[in-house]
Design a protein around this ligand. Structure first.
Ligand code: FAD
Length: 384
């Protein structure tokens, strides 16, 4: 693996860094306090090709490899995890999954709009009663006489939920217990019977539109089924395996932001007549953050390299997601310690990093679930 970025990769990373400095950083505090990022950011992300990375150009995608995708995701995560999450879900979980599993008609219908930022996607797997145990979800899609499907159920914690134009929805299409009876659907978010409610009071990611979806007799044509009936769980897991790389890259961004802020502040702040950067215990905090940044980034890039070379990457993705998410929490917390009391108020950036980092060990598979995936790969025994 070559750790030197190519000219194209460095150019796209620089483009993302400049975009964050211009379009995101000046608004971060305001969006966090208002509990909403400015929705116009989505079209701007689309215009630069950030919502089309790795999607084939024939469907409006901007091509690029998975390392380029990680570099952009890291920069967005360094700027604002609420914005990074829009891309990770609309592109990473929805558009990329349509590109892999969708029919030609579904690709033509959704990909050009999603990659341009003219439509937003959300990923509807989690339910109020099934999070880690997603294979036991209870939303049902019943086919009427070989015609339409009628869907009933509810979904919880859906990122982009209230903003989305299309829901990649997972529902049970037969009574086979567990994951074998689950199918995937592309449901227009304005379908009659689909209600969306904002989830308020989040600890972090306050700028992001997180929603509960309720489906009451939502009717979709048979052409809304994505992939074969009963394949939905495999589709969801394949989406999440790649999604974990994107979360990990976002976590590298959080940890890098924590490092940048801690180094800057340590150089500016004086106590006992000297810069706090001159104290060994402060340098320990900073060096611990730096080690976490480097290790998380290398694990994340390894996943991108495996995907781009067509190798198995699922265990490496769980490893990267597990380490990078725990590292982001540690790094943000260490940075807050460097800031002392000023880290605890939102005029300074590190409090938000702590709040935003905290969800990373929970979603797209908790840290415990990542350990079970890694353990199963190593031992051959499922301990779920
Ligand atoms: P539970 O599954 O109830 O877990 C509770 C605790 O039990 C955890 O510590 C867990 O690790 C532990 N646990 C559970 N099972 C086991 C086991 N077998 N062995 C050991 N420990 C176990 N979902 C979507 O579908 N789409 C989204 O876009 C989305 N976005 C989200 C955004 C936010 C801000 C949040 C908070 C969540 C989001 N989620 C989304 C849901 C997220 O993926 C779930 O919250 C996550 O999978 C955990 O499920 P749960 O919350 O039901 O916790």
């Amino acid at each position: 693996m070559n750790l030197e970025l190519s000219e194209e990769q460095e150019a796209v990373r620089q483009l993302a860094e400049d975009f964050v400095a211009r379009e995101i950083t000046p608004h971060v505090v305001e969006w966090d306090r208002a509990e909403s990022v400015d929705k116009s950011i989505v079209k701007k992300l689309g215009a630069l090709g950030f919502l089309g990375l790795t999607v084939p150009e024939e469907y409006g995608g901007s091509g690029g490899d998975h390392l380029a995708y990680c570099l952009v995701t890291e920069e967005l995560g360094r700027g604002d995890s609420s914005v990074r999450g829009i891309v990770s879900v609309s592109l990473g979980l929805v558009a990329k999954t349509i590109a892999s599993w969708g029919s030609e008609e579904q690709k033509q219908q959704w990909l050009p709009k999603l990659t341009a930022g003219e439509a937003i996607g959300c990923f509807g797997l989690t339910e109020p009663g099934t999070g880690s145990d997603a294979g036991n979800l209870t939303t049902r899609a019943v086919r009427e006489d070989g015609g339409d499907y009628v869907i009933n159920g509810s979904k919880m914690f859906i990122t982009n939920g209230t903003w989305a134009d299309v829901v990649l929805l997972f529902a049970r299409t037969n009574d086979t217990p567990g994951h074998r009876g689950i199918s995937a659907f592309l449901v227009p978010a304005d379908a009659p019977g689909l209600t969306r409610r904002t989830v308020h009071g989040k600890l972090g990611l306050r700028g992001q539109a997180t929603a509960e979806l309720v489906l009451e007799d939502v009717r979709v044509p048979a052409s809304a089924l994505m992939g074969p009936e009963g394949k939905g769980f495999s589709i969801a897991m394949s989406a999440l395996a790649k999604g974990r790389m994107s979360v990990a890259a976002g976590c590298v961004g959080i940890a890098q932001a924590a490092l940048d802020a801690a180094v800057r502040y340590a150089g500016e702040r004086e106590q006992f007549g000297k810069s706090i950067a001159s104290y060994q215990l402060v340098q320990e905090l900073i060096s611990d953050i730096s080690v976490d940044v480097d290790a998380a980034r290398m694990l994340t890039w390894r996943v991108a390299d495996l995907i781009d070379r067509g190798q198995d990457f699922a265990t490496a993705a769980s490893t990267a997601k597990l380490f990078a998410s725990e590292a982001a929490v540690r790094a943000a917390n260490n940075a807050l310690q460097v800031f002392g009391g000023y880290g605890y108020i939102d005029e300074y950036p590190v409090g938000k990093l702590v709040r935003d980092a905290r969800v990373m060990t929970l979603y797209e598979g908790t840290s415990q679930i990542q350990k079970l995936i890694i353990g199963r790969a190593l031992t051959g025994v499922s301990a779920f």
